[in-house]
Design a protein around this ligand. Structure first.
Ligand code: ZN
Length: 477
């Protein structure tokens, strides 16, 4: 098995922060190096992945990353490495961690009424990162340990995601002290708005979406009063702030930017998942029947998902055929990876194994980047006892997505099937490591070591073990 360089990816090194940061009085003058920011972000990310908050849906996360990448391209730091991820929380919120990690709540995805609105929120968060706002806040807390900084970053996250849960998450007194300063200052907010607006415009979205969305949130909040959406708490929206953005966009022309199909499919997926299968079937059937609102392709996609969940395979297959025809007849679409992924699942349930395998071979050629499709195909290959083909497919994908835990899980299954015990435990170890479970990862590497192996394999295992133990020790400090 190829050495997967946990070393490079986890990139553990003692933080190079001088003892006792100079007290300059003005917090905004103190900041962390980009490498320190990235380390704090990675540490925080491991904890988020290990929590229930992380929405482990490759299609939703891939969509957010594609949209985010379009915006980052036009940012002041286009080469900065960003990771966008969804949070399984139906309140309205989005947040940035140091080092380019940006979380988006399911509730925010559902509240935005256009892709430009969603892009406006991402632009604002990207700008908090490129302007190093969080790094400045954390550096201002005068901590000299990477882990306590990561703890603070996660405490900030917890407070922003769910203020009630924040107390439980805050373990150190330093983190407790910073809780009072969690919200970005007005200066930071204005800067993120100004730069975010430029990204939005340069990336071809409608700049009017930014004040539009904030205004809608503010109106909704004034009715709710103390139940203000979290987003409003962590990014205080004042009438002044909205007025200032409106002033900036006033002279800009409105742009009617059609939403991408993926924006609509991702939202539909979230809506469908919130309802019971019969409720979802009724909801989407009704929407298709009235033909008055929404996008019929997205609605039928929701219907097929619900039918599949309800084990109504024949009806799902029938609706799917209509859906694929609609997509094919659309000049700009022809074919869509999320719909093809769903098509594979329906075909598989219908029981035509040979036909399904053939379908996947073509589909992964058309969409080699679509991880959800790869998971399903690898699982099908394993069920069909084609372990060697599965290993080949998965190894290519792991090169592309070296932090994808599900790919490692599938790879471990494939190795187990071939009786390759060492490789199996190594793959399992990488999966646990990226889930943030260092203890289980170390245990798997110990098992791999006991299974023997070549000199090269053993030295790889040893160096990974060293790496993980160092991380674990650092976490215990
Ligand atoms: Zn903000």
């Amino acid at each position: 098995m190829k050495k997967l360089a946990l070393v490079l990816l986890l990139c553990f090194a003692p933080p190079a922060i001088p003892d006792g940061l100079p007290d300059l009085g003005d917090v905004s003058q103190i900041t962390l190096s980009p490498a320190q920011e990235r380390q704090i972000g990675r540490q925080s990310m491991l904890q988020i992945r290990a929590s229930k908050e992380y929405l482990d849906d490759a299609e939703i996360n891939d969509y957010l990353n594609q949209l985010g990448a379009k915006l980052v391209e036009n940012s002041p730091e286009p080469s900065l490495d960003f990771e966008f991820f969804a949070i399984n929380d139906y309140t309205v919120n989005a947040f940035a961690l140091p080092g380019g990690f940006i979380g988006v709540n399911a509730g925010l995805l559902l509240t935005t009424q256009s892709e430009s609105e969603l892009a406006s929120v991402l632009s604002h968060e990207i700008s908090h990162v490129t302007q190093h706002h969080l790094a400045r806040m954390i550096a201002g807390q005068k901590n000299d340990s990477l882990v306590s900084m990561a703890a603070i970053a996660v405490a900030i996250l917890a407070a922003r995601t769910n203020p009630q849960a924040a107390e439980a998450a805050i373990v150190s007194s330093q983190a407790g002290a910073i809780q009072k300063q969690l919200n970005f200052t007005r200066t930071y907010e204005e800067e993120a708005d100004r730069i975010g607006l430029q990204l939005l415009q340069k990336s071809g979205f409608d700049p009017h979406a930014m004040p539009g969305f904030l205004e809608r949130l503010q109106k909704a909040t004034s009715l709710l009063d103390s139940n203000a959406p979290n987003y409003m708490r962590t990014h205080p929206i004042t009438s002044d702030r909205i007025a200032e953005i409106e002033n900036r966009v006033q002279k800009l022309p409105y742009r009617l930017i059609p939403d991408s199909l993926n924006f609509q499919l991702v939202r539909t997926k979230l809506i469908e998942a919130q309802k019971s299968a019969p409720e979802a079937i009724a909801y989407f059937s009704d929407a298709l029947g009235t033909q008055k609102y929404g996008n019929p392709i997205a609605q039928r996609y929701g219907l097929v998902r619900a039918l599949l969940r309800n084990h109504e395979i024949k009806r799902a297959a029938k609706e799917l055929a209509v859906l694929r025809k609609q997509v094919q007849s659309n000049q700009t679409l022809k074919v869509n990876p999320m719909i093809e992924t769903l098509a594979g699942q329906v075909k598989r349930e219908a029981g035509d194994k040979v036909g399904t395998l053939a379908f996947y071979r073509t589909a992964v050629q058309n969409f080699p980047q679509h991880r959800a499709l790869i998971y399903d195909y690898a699982d099908l290959l394993l069920q069909d006892k084609q372990a060697e083909s599965a290993v080949k497919l998965l190894s290519e994908q792991i090169n592309r997505h070296p932090r994808d835990t599900r790919l490692y899980d599938l790879q471990a299954r494939a190795y187990a099937m071939q009786g390759m015990t060492i490789e199996q435990h190594q793959a399992q170890a990488y999966s646990y490591a990226w889930q943030g479970n260092l203890y289980a990862a170390i245990e798997q590497l110990e098992l791999a070591k006991q299974a023997g192996g070549s000199f090269y394999q053993l030295s790889t295992i040893e160096s990974d073990l060293r790496e993980l133990r160092e991380l674990q020790n650092e976490n215990m400090k």
